[in-house]
Design a protein around this ligand. Structure first.
Ligand code: ADP
Ligand code: MG
Length: 150
């Protein structure tokens, strides 16, 4: 069994960094031998979580920081996306499909629903100091490895 591993990176809340975050997580998770479908699922969920920080977390300021952590526990990939922004008043409500506080900006309100459908588990919490913490869990099948070693 492979040793557990982790990485952490912090970057400004700029929309250009959404692509960076996706690729960063995709590169990190390669060590678990994911399928192409699994990589795409993970990238989609990370995009939604990071976009939420960019769009919702720092509305009145010139921006803040986004922290991205990835961790492996066996074949489980755990991704934490956190910000120190305004936070979410009613987390349960925010997770409902089609709920958005920015309908005027043509947001679909489907971000959390997308994360849930592509990952095994999604936790949304208040960040320790201020802001929001989203934890995404995905168990990576070892099918690719089995095929390679067959
Ligand atoms: N990081 C965040 N900081 C503050 N509010 C957030 C954050 N992420 C999500 N939200 C709130 O949760 C709502 C639902 O998010 P989501 O399902 O991604 O829909 P959308 O982004 O399309 O509005 C957002 O409209 C926003 O009010
Ligand atoms: Mg969203």
């Amino acid at each position: 069994m492979q040793k557990n591993n982790y990485m952490e990176v912090t970057f400004p809340s700029l929309s250009v960094n959404e692509g960076f975050a996706r690729v960063c997580v995709a590169a990190f998770c390669l060590q678990l031998n994911p399928s192409v479908d699994e990589i795409n699922d993970i990238k989609t969920a990370v995009s939604e979580a990071v976009t939420n920080c960019v769009v919702h977390a720092y509305p009145k300021t010139s921006g803040g920081l986004i922290n991205l952590k990835c961790e492996t526990q066996g074949q489980m990939l755990i991704i934490t996306v956190s910000d120190n922004g305004v936070g979410i008043k009613d987390i349960e409500k925010a997770r409902e499909p089609f709920y958005t506080t920015k309908p005027s900006e043509e947001r679909s309100g489907m971000g959390f629903a997308v994360m849930e459908s592509f990952m095994d588990k999604v936790e949304v919490e208040k960040n320790d100091n201020k802001g929001t913490k989203v934890i995404l869990y995905k168990r990576i099948s070892r099918l690719q490895e089995q095929v390679k070693n067959a």
